[in-house]
Design a protein around this ligand. Structure first.
Ligand code: PEP
Length: 301
């Protein structure tokens, strides 16, 4: 683990009953958790209130998803405002089951992240490649594309943005930098009527990274019992940190926690936690067992 505070999230997914959740909460209330670790659990929506009313305040509560904007006529959705109202401080967004089973795309997830952060709900943003993508050498490309969509929005490609005496051709999704916007305002004020194009490109989904944790979760490792080796995880975490350094800032790269998820359990967590760039875990199956979840929390090195 690196220098940031270790972070362990438990994703209970669509599991549990009032009775089993009451037992899990009472186990979590009685285990010993290392003090210097952020611990968050994410119950199914319908049990959040029950968990909030019975779980120790030592553990924060997260939603497993949230809507892209203010609540209203969106049947079946859960709004950020509602999550906050019942005591959630976090939300998991972009989980692979939402991406690949439910069909959420990068841009939808980016909008959700933007809205949650705008309302001060902290975000665990998940990224990760499928097995065939890893096998065809596309792991970094996939993770970087998902990071890019989280970090900013882009015009739909191919897009020509024209200004008198200046033209930008975006062959693929491109974030147009603020320096170009500045150049236009100062040097080409008459082109102001074209500025709405640039503003779209400059709307960053994540402009404040303080409330974001990135969860690297290779899809082939989630719920399969097939954990990434510490080296495989570390390699991707380093690459994602480097992406943040090049595309956001060195400061954000060094302080953003990058946690690993994918079949983490009480037996493999200690080895993974030794890696310099693994700042914690997002845990599915093993988070449904209080004592094992505590072992994972306490694997902080
Ligand atoms: C997850 O759902 O985020 C996850 C990592 O699941 P599991 O630990 O069961 O692989």
């Amino acid at each position: 683990a690196g220098s940031g505070k270790f972070f362990v999230g438990g994703n209970w997914k669509c599991n549990g009953t009032k009775e089993s959740i009451s037992k899990l909460v009472s186990d979590l209330n009685s285990v010993k958790l290392e003090a210097d670790v952020d611990v968050v659990v994410s119950p199914p929506f319908v049990y959040i209130d029950q968990v909030k009313n019975s779980l120790t305040d030592r553990i924060e509560i997260s939603g497993q998803n949230s809507w892209i904007g203010k609540g209203g006529a969106f049947t079946g959705e859960i709004s950020v405002e509602q999550l906050k109202d019942i005591g959630c401080t976090w939300v998991i967004l972009g989980h692979s089951e939402r991406r690949h089973v439910i069909g959420e795309d990068d841009s939808f997830i980016g909008k959700k992240a933007a809205y949650a952060l705008s309302q001060d709900l902290k975000v665990m943003a998940c990224i990760g490649e499928k097995l065939e993508e890893r096998e065809s050498g596309k792991t970094f490309d996939v993770c970087f594309q998902q990071m890019k969509a989280l970090a900013g929005t882009c015009p739909t490609p191919p897009t020509r943005i024209s200004f008198p005496g200046h033209s930008v051709r975006c062959q693929k999704p491109t974030v147009v930098h603020i320096s170009l916007l500045h150049w236009i305002i100062t040097r080409q004020p008459s082109s102001i009527r074209y500025l709405h194009f640039i503003q779209i490109a400059e709307t960053h989904n994540i402009s404040n990274w303080d409330n974001v944790v990135i969860a690297y979760e290779p899809v082939w490792a989630i719920g399969t019992g097939k954990v990434a080796s510490p080296q495989q995880a570390q390699e991707v975490h380093v690459a994602v940190r480097d992406w943040l350094k090049k595309n956001v800032s060195a400061e954000v790269a060094s302080k953003t926690r990058i946690i690993y998820g994918g079949s983490v359990n009480g037996g493999n967590c200690a080895e993974l936690a030794k890696e310099e760039d693994i700042d914690g875990f997002l845990v599915g199956g093993a988070s449904l067992k209080g004592p094992e979840f505590a072992t994972i929390v306490n694997s902080v090195t």
